[in-house]
Design a protein around this ligand. Structure first.
Ligand code: GLP
Length: 252
């Protein structure tokens, strides 16, 4: 469904400015987008992209870097112009200046039209670890022990190879996007999804700030929804809002 939403927005606006996320959850989304490019001619030629985050100190050819991830899962398989793809530069000699420039480039492109988001087990969006300011902008952050434990699998379980810092769009940057869509899959996300969606807005769970966003959709599978209290209500909305009618088909 998330891939279908992206495809719909891209068809309506070929110049779309797309905010992109990484992580295991997003792999299925990118696989479907690649498939839609191949079978339906989904066109990325004019699309501009901005990734949420990147590890500090990993060059683009390092398999753990998010630039590598994006090339591998999406960019190298669709007709996107690589010059239109932006990932924060974790190798910059002046990280703060490079983050400021990242924000400026987003503004220059007219802002992010659609921001795709995953969620970390500690509630992070991008790498906005607990207690990130709700108005924060792109900057370097130290990764939390929970995030290191969650992501070390991408470094063959070797903590010494995993960077301890990353550049990330801020919560404020994400809230400035015109629309966002967050995807969570699996029981390990059930607790944090319940906190983000039904709990109070708090810096301890960065994703809870999405409650302030005027056009945010959260998509979960059955397992990730297990701790939500108001599932029947959410289903009712999904069944009755015209916006979602076309997504009722089983494969959508
Ligand atoms: C990383 C990214 C986040 C993403 C998270 C989810 O930490 N920085 O943007 O939301 O992974 O990862 P996964 O989908 O593998 O659970």
């Amino acid at each position: 469904m998330v891939a279908r939403v992206i495809a719909k927005e891209l068809r309506a606006n070929p110049n779309l400015v797309l905010g992109l996320a990484t992580g295991g959850t997003m792999e299925s989304v990118y696989k479907l987008l690649v498939e839609m490019h191949r079978t339906e001619g989904l066109d990325f030629s004019l699309c501009r992209t901005f990734n949420l985050d990147e590890y500090v100190g990993l060059p683009p050819d390092n398999e753990g870097s998010y630039r590598f991830y994006m090339n591998h899962h999406l960019f190298h398989h669709v007709n996107i112009d690589l010059r239109n793809t932006h990932v924060p530069d974790g190798m910059a000699s002046d990280l703060a200046a490079s983050c400021r420039q990242y924000e400026e480039t987003i503004v220059k492109m007219g802002g992010i039209d659609l921001q795709l988001l995953g969620i970390g087990r500690d509630g992070h969006i991008g790498f906005n670890e607990p207690l990130s300011a709700l108005r924060s902008r792109t900057r370097a952050k130290a990764l939390s022990p929970a995030t290191i434990a969650q992501n070390v699998r991408y470094f063959d379980g070797d903590r010494s190879r995993m960077p301890k810092r990353a550049l990330t769009m801020g919560v404020g940057t994400i809230l400035d996007s015109k629309r966002c869509i967050m995807l969570a899959i699996g029981e390990e996300k059930a607790d944090v999804i319940a906190k983000a969606v039904e709990g109070p807005i708090t810096g301890m769970i960065s994703a809870s700030a999405l409650q302030l966003h005027s056009h945010c959709t959260i998509v979960v599978d059955g397992d990730a929804s297990l701790k939500l209290k108001e599932v029947d209500y959410y289903r009712w909305i999904f069944d009755n809002e015209p916006e979602w009618q076309e997504f009722h088909k089983p494969h959508a």
